[in-house]
Design a protein around this ligand. Sequence first.
Ligand code: GLN
Length: 488
Amino acid sequence: MAESLYYRTAAELSRALESKELSSEEIVRSVIERTRAVDDKVSAFISFDEGDALERARASDRRRAEGKALGPLDGIPVGIKDVLAVEGQPLTCASRMLGKFVSPYDATAIARLKAAGAVPWGRLNMDEFAMGSSTENSSVKTTSNPWNTDCIPGGSSGGSAACVAAGEAPISLGSDTGGSIRQPAALCGVVGMKPTYGLVSRYGLVAFASSLDQIGPFAHTVEDAAILLQAVAGHDDRDSSSYRTDIPDYRKELSSRKGPWKLGIPKEYFGEGLDPEVARAIEAAIDFYRGEGCEIVDVSLPHTEHAVGVYYIIATAEASSNLARYDGVRYSHRSAEATDAIDLYFKSRAEGFGPEVKRRVILGTYVLSSGYYDAYYLKAQKVRTLIRRDFLQAYEKVDALLTPTTPSPAFRKGEKTDDPLQMYLSDIFTISANLAGIPGISIPCGFSESGLPIGLQILGQPFQEADLFAIARRFEQAHDYHTRHPSL
Ligand code: GLN
């Protein structure tokens, strides 16, 4: 198959469908072929269902033949992180706990994709229950970074990022609780965006930390990310935290929002520990925006230093509560050894959860326990408010913020597995956006000398995704990083 097909963007594929140059069946077959050819190396997929994808593709082709095509995603395959419910498909969260679970219903995001004619493609690898930064916490396997298979792809949505980077799907969905979309996007050289908390319904997204979780898109281009977000965004009665807000036409706004913008540079994101190659790439991006007439303003987000600590209190507290449902009784792994009900809970959880999930449940239970609640959980909630306030104050002066997405390019497999704190610190630049509820996007902005991608993070104002896309696109249009692909 010609490389040009599996690295075409969703927008290009959509035009090829409209002009009858391609059928959806041809597109889905190309993706299947590519996945079969490279996924032994990349390991982005836990499983895939070729029959289901082809059936949906043919249905799309029939609709189109009748002049009833549903829009830009009709007939386009979309990779799905194994944390989102797709009716009739496995839903494992890369955990032994859900190893045999098949989803009885569609997540709202998936139902909306299907209503738009898109073809859900595969179950993408991730850190178990989305806890991690490298996919090394998957109970199934570790995904490889397509740019260097000795390196991790980032996490927790490592499969979603790697499958797009490797041409195994043009676009994909992931989830981001503390950086799990933006960090792997940066490390795999693709676009990844976390929407404002409340923009995309979490119904059917397996809960990790409910006040932080958001679903969002991966893509090669900002335009594709905008198309995919458009399909899944919007109020849903089934998620009480879903926000009622008008959703603009993101794709149209890409060309109508022209700037120049006022862009803030938060000094806390450029300190010690930032890899010099990453620093250089981000400085070059800042210079680019300055050259485009944007006003570059130094700002401060003084509570940033507490973000990692606050996150690992709030996220683990919520996780310990959310994961209480996996008790061996209903839909989860059930120990064959248990002698009574209590023993069943203990043994099923001991066998079903991996070590990082256990660590989080233990930490979360600790910070919520009486005597420690005020000192840890309540305090963390207060500091969270201060972190959000920092951003809102900065946004009185600027439209958006520019930062690195990650402190370094992709690290090697095994490098941080024995040191949870080092692993946690790889999310240091992404976590605050979840605590503050604001949107963020990562776009490719360069490569290290060893050929690994580097990501620029742009953080925006609540529900101003259209601005983020427009700002990101300005950079993309003047650079070719997003058109480079790994050789596999
Ligand atoms: N790496 C972070 C964690 O381990 C964030 C994960 C995520 O965003 N799902 O919690």
